[in-house]
Design a protein around this ligand. Structure first.
Ligand code: 5GP
Ligand code: MG
Length: 176
């Protein structure tokens, strides 16, 4: 652990081994769910999902393609403001494909509520969401089909999640 990490991290919430086991389970469930589906396009929401995405797709035993989305962040105090702004929008066609959106953490559900209808408008066969963490602070719509872990209502970092861009590289998930 870095010096910065030792100073600021309060506790490890999910260990590297717990994450590895759960991600492998999710990959098996996703493999099973999409075995007879249209070609799979896995879309990761950057930056938070990058490590989860990398581990998850390596466990999915199906042909697939992947791409990423970059959504403008409005900051937590502005979550009720306008539309989702896509800073990077994948050029690949969604038509005739099953889209699996991979998210790091769901809190208020605002990101998914704004993003999923926009992606649906591009004509995929289906869109499902797989999130590593879900705070379950409120009921969200759409509800992710796959959730790695229910998360405590604390600020979490590591395994892709950041605080002001720090801590993304930690192999475990911790609270600050
Ligand atoms: P929502 O739109 O569901 O309220 O928020 C989801 C987004 O907020 C996540 O993609 C993530 O960027 C950010 N977020 C929510 N909770 C946390 C947290 O505990 N830690 C970090 N690093 N980001 C969070
Ligand atoms: Mg995020």
């Amino acid at each position: 652990m870095s010096q910065l990490g030792e100073r600021m991290i309060r506790r490890v919430v999910f260990t590297e081994a717990e994450i590895r086991e759960r991600v492998a389970q999710l990959a098996r469930e996703i493999t099973h769910a999409y075995a007879a589906s249209d070609p799979l396009l896995v879309l990761g929401l950057l930056k938070g999902s990058f490590i989860f995405m990398a581990d998850l797709v390596r466990g999915i035993q199906l042909p697939l393609q992947l791409d990423f989305l970059v959504v403008a962040s409005y900051g937590r105090q502005k979550t009720s403001s306008g539309d989702v702004r896509l800073l990077y929008d994948p050029p690949s066609s969604f038509e005739g494909r099953s889209v699996l959106l991979v998210e790091d953490i769901v809190d208020s559900g605002t990101t998914l509520r704004r993003l999923v209808p926009r992606l649906m408008a591009r004509g995929p066969t289906s869109i499902e969401v797989c999130t590593l963490l879900h705070k379950r602070t409120t009921s969200v719509e759409p509800e992710p089909r796959w959730v790695g872990f229910d998360a405590p209502n604390e600020f979490l970092v590591g395994y892709g999640l950041d605080h002001a861009e720090d801590f993304r590289h930690l192999p475990y998930i911790a609270s600050l």
